[in-house]
Ligand binder design. Structure first.
Ligand SMILES: NC(=O)c1ccc[n+]([C@@H]2O[C@H](COP(=O)([O-])OP(=O)(O)OC[C@H]3O[C@@H](n4cnc5c(N)ncnc54)[C@H](OP(=O)(O)O)[C@@H]3O)[C@@H](O)[C@H]2O)c1
Length: 208
């Protein structure tokens, strides 16, 4: 798949490295392709680098891996996203990680759906740390990756991308389920950082 990842920080790099290894054509969309940070991200992952509009224009799947407060601008910079699968990895964190700025009757995922006109938005890769995106394996079990979106074909595309990284995919249905997935992310942050469990933890769904 041709994937454009907007943002080459912790999440952008973790996803890019895994998808390059899985054989996808990955471009990191950045504001300054000549910046040392961007060049280092490309060299660490094997992804290409491009300005944000070019990375988005050439992609079938556009992944938003930007800070929440920059996400509306990043979507605007992508220009026309209509028809594309847009994967929203963001969490609308308040400063200091002391809670979510959006929630219960709306979600960051749904806002992205309103900002990215005509795009097929899927919320994914927000409920665990970037370290788990690099390696989701815990002993003989894979961590679960929860995702949701209103377009069934887009969810199927994202399921493939989730499984390509080694996660167990858990399809949570419509995009409004992002109202539940974003608090799950807050729980992970709370456990890892406030409760002292550290970042080598992940959620997995048990079934019987
Ligand atoms: N870190 C995690 O473990 C984790 C896990 C799950 C979800 N998330 C969520 O994923 C998102 C990214 O997190 P992160 O930890 O990867 O952040 P990060 O390391 O701070 O990286 C953010 C990236 O976004 C870019 N960026 C900032 N403003 C931009 C704009 N207006 N247009 C285009 N690119 C822009 C930055 O580029 P510049 O160098 O140009 O500033 C940087 O490459 C956040 O919403 C976060 O809540 C994070």
């Amino acid at each position: 798949m041709r994937i454009g990842i907007i943002g080459a920080g912790s999440v952008g790099k973790a996803l890019a490295g895994g998808w390059v290894r899985a054989g996808h054509d990955v471009t990191l969309g950045v504001r300054s392709p000549d910046a040392a940070r961007a060049l280092a991200a490309a060299s660490a992952t094997g992804a290409r680098l491009a300005p944000v509009p070019d990375a988005a224009a050439g992609a079938e799947v556009v992944v938003l891996a930007t800070p929440w407060e920059a996400t509306e601008d990043a979507i605007e910079a992508c220009a026309d996203l209509s028809g594309k699968v847009v994967v929203d990895c963001t969490n609308p964190l308040r400063r200091g990680l002391d809670g979510l700025a959006v929630g219960t009757t709306d979600s960051a995922g749904e806002r992205v759906g309103r900002w990215a006109a005509g795009a097929r938005v899927v919320k994914a890769f927000n409920t665990t740390g970037a370290n788990n995106m690099e390696n989701p394996q815990y002993g003989d079990r894979a961590a679960s990756m929860f995702f949701c979106g209103d377009d069934e074909a887009a969810r199927a595309t994202v399921r493939t991308l989730v499984e390509d990284l080694g996660f167990e995919a858990v399809d949570c249905g419509p995009l409004r389920a992002a109202r539940y997935l974003e608090p799950v992310a807050m729980l992970w942050i709370h456990l890892a950082h406030e409760r002292g469990l550290g970042r080598e933890i992940a959620f997995a769904l048990l079934r019987r």
